[in-house]
Write a protein that binds this ligand. Structure first.
Ligand code: SF4
Length: 426
């Protein structure tokens, strides 16, 4: 979501005569787009802004701004902490950036805008992908109504609002006409797409309609909430050819007691049932998830239930975190705080188990032939290209830049923790 916000900011600035620079030192304007989902991400923002301080000293004309979730939460307090900031604007005000720049230029005073609007105009900003890009993000909704106990999103992104069905289709058609083959549909909880529209459009319908658009070979989406993963959506994995065999389905915990304290509104059995249905509909589907360890009140038994769930599901990949308290969320008031050393122990152990599962999954792919969409030159060597399978696995193999944007068949010859090695067959 933040990456796409940055693309939209870039598009707005291009329209105002700005050009991208290679380094911060060359820039006349620096906007730091922030995330406050974890404490670590927020702390990084402050250290990055600290590094820009000397640039501002050298060139007082340099305009420095902060947007995104930290800006939304902190507002005026950011200017108090970092007095050399010129711009602070929140998640609902991205579309007003050119106006804010003009105000700072005219008055020489900082601008702070963190108000919420009933609609979020930035969801309609079309940010064309870079020339030759094969993949693009498409925002289908903003905000969230779920208020999970650990999460700041509803407070920093506002209420859930879906984009109009036909606007999304028009955007995907425009992307396909530019050569984009893969779209990733974005939203905090894409499974509940359409609820705020009140006209009956649902997420499964959107998937089916995008699946009909000529040129779109692959559809992905993120993020899903297990409680809203309907049979309708699961059926799309069987019936919509372009829908990739991959889902990110955050479980957060394997303990029902912890899930209840998190206000997730499903039990571990519901989650396992969804996984069963997904695998019935699409046997090769790859599943990734999010897990938080050390949520307030999580006992050793609760934690063991999470490991049990991991053994049952065997995720392809997992994003796992120690619980970090976010100001303003319901979990702040919960008792049973877990000691940091204990959280660390649980995370290390859990990640070791996941590494074992990921390796097993990847090893099983050796010898198989997979369809890979080539995205660019490999990070390892310029003699290789890298692409992704439909199951979202990274594959490196020998090939030149002429392959970028092409879908090729690749035989998997080696498996690692984070990628696969292949040989092109076509
Ligand atoms: S559904 Fe996701 S974005 Fe919404 S509150 Fe829960 S964790 Fe946060």
């Amino acid at each position: 979501m933040n990456v796409h916000d940055s693309e939209q900011l870039t598009e707005l600035l291009n329209g105002s005569g700005y050009e991208r620079t290679d380094t911060a030192r060359q820039a006349d304007l620096i906007i730091v787009n922030t995330c406050s989902i974890r404490d670590k991400a927020e702390q990084k923002v402050y250290s990055q802004l600290g590094r820009y301080r000397h640039l501002k000293k050298e060139r007082p004309g340099l305009m420095l701004g902060v947007c995104g979730c930290v800006a939304q939460q902190q507002g005026e307090r950011l200017i108090e902490k970092i007095p050399y900031l010129d711009l602070v604007f929140g998640t609902h005000n991205i579309h007003r950036l050119p106006e804010f720049i003009a105000r700072v230029e005219k008055t020489g005073r900082p601008v702070v805008e963190t108000g919420f609007h009933e609609t979020v105009p930035s969801v309609g900003i079309l940010a064309p992908p870079e020339k030759g890009a094969v993949s693009a993000f498409v925002t289908i909704m903003q905000g969230c109504d779920n208020y999970c106990a650990f999460c700041v999103v509803p407070y920093v992104r506002g209420r859930e609002e879906s984009r109009r069905f036909h606007d999304i289709l028009a955007e995907v058609k425009a992307l396909a006409a530019r050569g984009v083959k893969e779209v990733t549909l974005l939203g905090q909880n894409v499974n509940s797409y359409g609820k705020s529209l009140g006209n009956g459009h649902r997420f499964s319908e959107l998937l089916r309609a995008i699946g009909e658009i000529e040129g779109i070979e692959r559809i992905r989406f993120t993020t899903s909430h297990p409680k809203d993963l309907s049979d309708d959506i699961i059926a799309c994995f069987r019936e919509v050819r372009a829908l990739c065999e991959f889902i990110h389905l955050p479980v957060q915990s394997g303990s029902d007691a912890v899930l209840a304290r998190m206000s997730r509104k499903y039990a571990s059995a519901d989650y396992l049932d969804s996984v069963r249905k997904l695998r019935e509909a699409c046997p090769d589907i790859a599943i990734s998830s999010d897990i938080i360890v050390g949520f307030p009140g999580e006992t050793e038994q609760d934690y063991q239930k999470t490991l049990d769930l991991m053994e049952k599901v065997r995720f392809d990949t997992l994003f796992s975190f120690q619980y970090s308290e976010r100001a303003g969320t319901a979990a702040v008031g919960l008792d049973g705080k877990v000691h940091p050393d204990e959280k660390r122990r649980r995370l290390i152990e859990l990640q070791a188990l996941q590494d074992q599962h990921t390796r097993e999954k990847n090893d099983k792919l050796v010898g198989k032939t997979m369809e890979v969409l080539v995205e660019g030159t490999s990070r390892n060597t310029s003699r290789d290209v890298m692409g992704r399978t439909r199951t979202n696995k990274i594959v490196n193999f020998a090939g030149g830049n002429d392959l970028v944007g092409k879908t090729v068949r690749v035989r998997i010859v080696g498996a690692f923790l984070h990628s696969l090695r292949g040989e092109m067959l076509d």
